[in-house]
Write a protein that binds this ligand. Structure first.
Ligand code: ADP
Length: 384
């Protein structure tokens, strides 16, 4: 016999990647019944949910069939069939984020239009249907090199982002409807995660800063709290809160920002789901982003987001040149490093730069945590 569950509400999570895994672990901590929709039986969240539904989250019928017997649905990924979510919403299901917000963020063009319409500063942009139109705009001076091309839909982890620095880069433009925006002179990349519940209560996690792997657009290192002035931190948190309020967010929202060399903050993009930039909250904050999302979705009081201890988060990526069953070389030696927590996602196959896990390094002294993170990066390798 199944044990009595804590909250008399069923929770469905779309889909079962690492974010779904960490979210379902948080739900398990509360003894909440969790079902997951994912195309793969061996997805990272398979072991940490009560029921796994195999299906394609881009498919209307699969999403609707999954959601129809569930009360609360949380998305950990943005590329979900939005029509099915609208139908589920009409059938009375509570969905986080709402299909309205999801539809807006699924298209980077609509997202930029939303931000500018509400006076949230972003880099200046134009929308184009084809790469030919972009070349034409370059030759008639509507846009100038350097610029950044981003496909309007289906981009993630820097896929679908092309930085054009010279005329010759125009030959490898991405062939899809795109946002073309000014290249920002970035001092730091910052992120704020904000949670908001149905009662309108809202809480931000402290601002983090991120460095990226050159050419891969993947987070190399995340540092919490960010090394910025309290004025900038306050500005970034206010910005994130205002975006959450303006979009009528219920759930959680990651706001990625650029701090420019001239000290301005521009919004890069928003993601209404648990986010890579909040992994460290499990160890570093009083409430994790996953528990906070559950609190928001169940319309419960939000937890404290205070930092217990400074932290650095690094992604554990598949080494270049290896494809196959993962081998975590140097894991045992890495365990000797102080203050490191490992999260191995359990993906069946490693590929170059695939996110196979992450590690959070906590230390009262942030610079020491950075040092340990660097040692860890050279000790732990995912080969096959
Ligand atoms: P994704 O949605 O794939 O994460 P992003 O829009 O976040 O794509 O872009 C990935 C990375 O590319 C950013 O983190 C940043 O380093 C760089 N980038 C994106 N837009 C700009 C810009 N306008 N100017 C300078 N760098 C940019």
């Amino acid at each position: 016999m199944k044990s009595q569950k804590t909250l008399n509400t069923s929770l469905g999570i779309i889909s079962g990647g690492q974010l779904g895994k960490m979210l379902s672990i948080a739900a398990q901590n509360w003894n909440v019944n969790t079902a997951i929709l994912d195309p793969e039986e061996s997805c990272p969240a398979a072991q940490s949910c009560d029921e796994l539904y195999i299906g394609d989250y881009k498919d209307y019928d699969n999403v609707f069939a999954f959601g129809k017997s569930i009360e609360i649905i949380i998305l950990e990924i943005e590329h979900v069939n939005v029509d099915a979510l609208y139908a589920l919403q009409a059938a009375g299901k509570r969905i986080y984020p709402s299909p309205q917000i999801l539809q807006m963020v699924q298209d980077k063009g609509l997202q930029k239009q939303f931000l500018t319409k509400h006076d949230f500063k972003t880099s200046d942009f134009h929308l184009y249907e084809t790469s030919e139109e972009i070349k034409e705009a370059c030759s008639n001076g509507t846009i100038n090199i350097p610029f950044v091309q981003k496909t309007r839909t289906m981009g993630y982890d820097g896929m679908g982002v092309k930085i054009v620095r010279s005329e010759s880069d125009l030959e490898s433009l991405l062939a899809a409807p795109s946002v073309v925006e000014d290249l920002v002179d970035i001092d730091k990349e910052l992120a704020v995660i904000v949670a908001r519940n149905a009662s309108g209560h809202l809480k931000c996690f402290p601002v983090v800063e991120m460095t990226f792997i050159e050419g891969a657009n993947l987070v190399d290192q995340l540092i919490c709290p960010a090394d910025i002035s309290s004025d900038i931190a306050k500005h970034a948190e206010t910005l994130a809160s205002n975006i959450a309020n303006t979009s009528n967010l219920e759930g959680i929202l990651a706001v990625e920002m650029f701090l420019t060399k001239s000290g301005e903050i521009l919004v890069n993009e928003i993601a209404p789901r648990p986010h890579n930039s909040g992994h460290h909250t499990i160890e570093a904050c009083i409430t994790s982003q996953y528990e906070q999302l559950l609190r928001a979705a169940f319309n419960l009081p939000l937890g404290s987001t205070d930092v217990k201890i400074p932290a650095v988060m690094i992604n554990i990526l598949g080494e270049d040149g290896y494809v196959g069953q993962p081998n975590y070389e140097g894991l045992e030696e890495s365990m000797t490093l102080e203050g490191v927590s490992f999260h191995i996602y359990g993906k069946q196959e490693t590929r170059p730069k695939r996110k196979m896990g992450h590690a959070t390094i906590v230390n009262k002294d942030k610079s020491k945590a950075i040092e340990i993170a660097n040692t860890l990066k050279s000790t732990l390798k995912v080969t096959a």
